[in-house]
Design a protein around this ligand. Structure first.
Ligand code: ADP
Ligand code: MG
Ligand code: MG
Length: 245
């Protein structure tokens, strides 16, 4: 059940070949890690996928059909959501307003607040977290803000959710909550791209790993068929001495 395929993607910035023939195959209900050192091209690949950047080569297929997203809105409408490293929430607005920003239910010209809160509560319940739809996003901790971004993706009926280094500012408890949530999303058939360079998370959370190094596609492995040493070797291109002499 292949949902998304990126083939031979090339993207250059002035003086940098950020992506040089990169492939990614994403199947329904899998959690797919995108692994690479800082600057390897992970964020660029995701931004090419959803139309933030125009690529210089390669093809993208969604459910077997060639697609061309001119902007993130088009990608979102096709079911692809990105949660960026820097969250894009409006701190002064409420949880409900953030989740349905620009898509608020209306009564005539006015926002139908009762309906807005009801819909927000439904999405939050699907996440299984305890957040008040009326609270101000700026008052929430980072873990809950991350949940609001995920809630927003869910409310848009996304079937692919890309999380760009989602755990970088989470506490260990929040990481556990996120891991649990990812597991439930996956069981609903949602495919997740989990960008990270933390090995222990990849082994705990992901099913497959695609490795990039210096904008190049190094390969794809199943988590159950690999180990930390092999992944580090793919990521940095040299064998490390065993840390357990
Ligand atoms: P990663 O997410 O794996 O850390 P990035 O995709 O952010 O890596 O960056 C890949 C390469 O592309 C880096 O060399 C980075 O400096 C360069 N790059 C990324 N975005 C831009 C941009 N908007 N303009 C110029 N260079 C960029
Ligand atoms: Mg980076
Ligand atoms: Mg990045």
């Amino acid at each position: 059940n292949l949902i998304l395929e990126m083939k031979d993607i090339v993207k250059t910035f002035p003086g940098v070949r950020a992506l040089d023939g990169v492939n990614l195959k994403l199947y329904k209900g899998e959690v797919h890690a995108l692994l690479g050192e800082n600057g390897a091209g992970k964020s660029t690949l995701m931004k090419v996928m959803n139309g933030i950047y125009k690529r210089d080569g390669g093809e993208i297929y969604l459910n077997g059909k060639k697609v061309e997203f001119k902007n993130p809105k088009e990608a979102q409408e096709a079911g692809l959501a990105i949660i960026h490293q820097e969250l894009e929430l409006v701190p002064e607005l409420t949880v409900a307003e953030n989740i349905f920003l620009g898509r608020e239910p209306r009564k005539g010209f006015l926002v139908d607040f009762k309906e807005l809160i009801k819909r927000t509560q439904e999405v939050i319940d699907r996440l299984g977290v305890d957040i008040d739809p009326r609270s101000k996003v700026g008052d929430l901790n980072i873990g809950n803000q991350q949940m609001i971004e995920i809630a927003k993706a869910l409310s848009q009926n996304s079937n692919v959710i890309i999380m760009d280094e989602p755990t970088s500012s989470l506490t260990p408890t929040e990481i556990d909550i996120l891991a649990n949530l990812i597991d439930r999303l996956k069981k609903k058939g949602i495919a997740i791209v989990f960008i990270s360079h933390r090995m222990e998370e990849i082994f705990e959370i992901c099913d497959k790993v695609t490795v990039l190094r210096d904008g190049k596609y190094i390969g794809e492995v199943k988590v159950e068929d690999t180990n930390e040493d092999e992944l580090i070797n793919m990521m940095v291109g040299r064998k490390l001495e065993s840390r357990f002499p």
